[in-house]
Write a protein that binds this ligand. Structure first.
Ligand code: FAD
Length: 382
């Protein structure tokens, strides 16, 4: 079989590696538009459960990635200057570039052909003599656009604005810090992803963004200065670092169809996953695993493999996207909850999907729930 993969992000590289390892005689080639040393953003985070699911595809190979990861056992929600720890929510993180570099090494060892600085300008150029084309080319997928009528994508742009920064300030845990000023309310999603580097995503609603002047072409330096002032108590004097860190609106994307003839989409090209649930990378890598298994099982009959892939994967993805919707819609309205006490606010956040009962939360995060009930008792006696 001859397989062309468009896009060398986590989805395309993990897929190419897993498939080539199972089927060494098949030709697997990855086309990446960027050089091997470039990427966007900073670090990405994976929940402990998500990390184990990805690891199960190839434990020894994944452990090479895991060696580069930072890990911590709790989540922290910081509101009104009070840090509320939420136990039972372990996470790992990794520099995006380290993740990609390790995947490059795994692909090369397995015999995958990697082409860098190789943008695919049209689907036809890779499809001509391929048995299968895998569109793993991210949220602005050219493969998806070329077959828009067939894949039928739907995109909804969220109202909130966000900018993805880095900083040398090092944080103990994945932390959501909420702060207000006269312009409105802001949240930073921040965590260390390397011993001396952290991700720092700043988010606010559209009205706050306009009032703050960030919406009227403030530019990169002025935007960073503004956010550094909002989060001065958290940044410990460290500046924010930019990597094409423009203000964006998150596109919630889903495709009605996942495959057409010998073309299939995986990862962000197929659907986006809001960063507040920290699952885009692991979902992309799980797609990759599911597709590699399905093609292997189908023994080279691409149509059969793609059918198996969709049947196995769609129910899992649909369930996760429903949870993600609960999460991003909470962020779209968080400014209206800033009056809550730190513990009530953290509780509201933890139950934002509408699918976590108190009993379940008590089982996952017993110390947190004990603190919530103590804070409630104290409030009722005041
Ligand atoms: C602010 C923010 C924070 C995030 N935080 C997290 C997080 O903490 N945890 C997490 O799991 N996920 C996070 N994500 C999501 C995560 O980055 C994506 O879900 C993940 O990278 C998807 O992997 P992918 O391989 O499908 O796509 P991508 O990583 O986008 O890779 C696609 C690749 O295709 C290449 N490409 C595109 N077009 C072409 C072309 N025509 N020819 C050749 N190559 C092409 C691109 O250069 C790119 O390398 C975050 C996203 C955002 C926006």
């Amino acid at each position: 079989m001859k397989i062309e993969v468009v896009g060398g992000g986590p989805a395309g590289l993990w897929f190419a590696f897993l498939l080539k390892r199972r089927r060494p005689s098949w030709a697997v080639r990855v086309h990446e538009q960027n050089p091997a040393t470039a990427t966007y953003g900073f670090g990405v985070v994976l929940s402990d459960a998500g990390r184990e699911r990805v690891r199960s595809a190839a434990p020894a190979a994944f452990d090479r990635i895991a060696r580069r990861m930072e890990r911590w056992p709790d989540l922290t929600i910081s509101h009104r200057g009070e840090a509320v720890p939420v136990d039972g929510n372990g996470f790992s993180s990794i520099d995006r570039l380290e993740l990609l570099r390790t995947l490059h090494g795994l692909c090369r060892e397995a015999g995958v052909s990697l082409r860098f600085d190789a943008p695919v300008e049209s689907l036809a150029e890779v499809r001509a003599d391929a048995d299968l084309v895998v569109g793993a080319d991210g949220i602005n997928s050219r493969v998806r656009t070329a077959l828009e009528a067939e894949f039928r994508p739907r995109t909804e742009l969220l109202g909130n604005r966000y900018a993805w920064y880095g900083t040398r300030q090092v944080f103990d845990t994945l932390t959501l810090t909420f702060r207000s000023n006269p312009d409105g309310a802001f949240v930073a999603h921040h965590y260390r992803y390397a011993p001396a580097m952290s991700t720092f995503i700043v988010e606010c609603d559209a009205a706050t963004w306009e009032r703050s002047g960030l919406g009227s072409g403030a530019g990169d330096a002025a935007s960073r200065r503004y956010c550094e002032a909002v989060f001065a108590p958290d940044l410990g004097g460290h500046p924010l670092i930019s990597n094409r860190s423009e203000w964006r609106r998150f596109p919630v994307l889903a495709c009605e169809r996942w495959r057409h003839e010998n073309v299939v989409l995986i990862g962000d090209a197929l659907r986006s996953v809001h960063f507040s649930i920290g699952s885009g990378t692991r979902l992309a890598m799980e797609d990759a695993h599911a597709l590699a298994c399905a093609l292997d099982e189908s023994g080279g009959r691409a149509a059969d493999g793609l059918e198996r892939f969709e049947a196995a994967r769609r129910p899992v993805v649909d369930k996760l996207l429903a949870g993600a919707a609960g999460s991003w819609s909470w962020y779209e309205r968080f400014a209206g909850r800033m009056h809550l006490t730190p513990h009530e606010f953290a509780y509201d956040y933890m139950t934002r999907s509408g699918r976590v009962s108190d009993d379940r939360l008590r089982a996952i995060a017993p110390r947190f729930m004990r603190r919530v009930s103590t804070a409630r008792k104290e409030a009722s006696t005041r």
